[in-house]
Ligand binder design. Structure first.
Ligand SMILES: C[S@@+](CC[C@H](N)C(=O)[O-])C[C@H]1O[C@@H](n2cnc3c(N)ncnc32)[C@H](O)[C@@H]1O
Length: 278
């Protein structure tokens, strides 16, 4: 970002634009740099200056998070997030500044799961990097006419963000009760009655209202097979879309009742959107 700690600290003193709440990305990069230097910085005065700046950056972030939360409650969340929604053609499993922003805005409690070791063929909690969800909302053209179901919804980032960006009704099904409690709390605190969460096994949950199914590889093997059979049965009653990320995409790509325009239907590091055949 700059030549060294002394020059960088001077830059932060001279140019106050990083204090503007909306300068989130810049602040995130600067905080990363300061954190890195703090590991080896020997000069006590520089250390103290860096720590004060990090606190000031966290305070500016908190102001931004509160502003976006207020906008979400007022039904203007998409506009409030718009400066950070240009995600290009995202790939990969890493997290970036958008994930930090969404984590700060949603402020989801992260409880220890009651069952820290999931049963065979069920995958432990790992959130989708949020740029993939921005991409999915755009490419699947999600709208208030849709009902999206996140199968294995974890702490609820996906349902919350999908609703904020698209206006679609969104539900999450999650087997871990502590995660469901946290997700419900966030939906209530953000004033989002069209986002709901059910604590259930995806093999048994009610999936009859959804026309879009999202799966970030929540299960594999026979569990995935059972859930796919349930979605296929629903596809006989109405047109459906399946939005997949991760290794489960390969299994969906092999379903004769689904088709996709994606150049690589088996891509594991990019959202793939499948449509049911009529
Ligand atoms: C990889 S995480 C995905 C979380 C979330 N969908 C996201 O993309 O951010 C998988 C989640 O599925 C849940 N899960 C695994 N097997 C399940 C099942 N049979 N029924 C419901 N949820 C399940 C796990 O507890 C975990 O929270």
């Amino acid at each position: 970002m700059t030549d060294g700690p002394a020059a960088f600290l001077a830059l932060l003193d001279d140019d106050p634009t990083w204090r503007v709440p909306g300068a989130f990305r810049w602040r995130a990069d600067a905080a990363d740099q300061l954190d890195l230097w703090l590991v080896s910085l020997d000069d006590p005065a520089q250390r103290q200056r860096a720590e004060v700046l990090l606190d000031a950056m966290a305070a500016a972030d908190d102001v931004l998070f509160a502003q976006v939360r207020d906008a979400i409650r007022a039904g203007e969340g998409r506009a409030a997030l718009s400066p950070w929604l240009d995600v290009g053609e995202p790939t990969g499993a890493h997290y970036d500044a958008l994930d930090a922003l969404i984590a700060g805005v949603f402020a989801l409690a992260e409880p220890v799961p009651d069952d820290p070791r999931p049963p065979a063929d069920m995958v432990f909690y790992q959130p989708t990097p949020m740029r993939h969800i921005v991409d999915a909302v755009q490419r699947a053209a999600l709208s208030p006419a849709d009902h999206v179901l996140d199968l294995g919804s974890g702490l609820g980032h996906v349902p919350l963000l999908v609703h904020v960006l698209s206006g679609a009704a969104v539900s999450g099904v999650e087997r871990e009760p502590a995660y469901v409690a946290s997700a419900r709390e966030a939906a209530v605190s953000l004033g989002l009655p069209e986002v709901s969460f059910t604590c259930a096994d995806a093999r048994e949950a009610d999936i009859s209202r959804a026309n879009v199914f999202y799966l970030f590889t929540p299960f594999i093997g026979p569990v995935l097979r059972d859930v796919i059979a349930r979605i296929e049965a629903e596809a006989r009653t109405r047109p459906l879309r399946v939005v997949a990320l991760g290794p489960c995409t390969r299994t969906f790509a092999r379903q004769a009742w689904l088709h996709t325009d994606a150049p690589d239907p088996e891509a594991a590091d990019r959202i793939v959107i499948f449509h049911s055949r009529r």
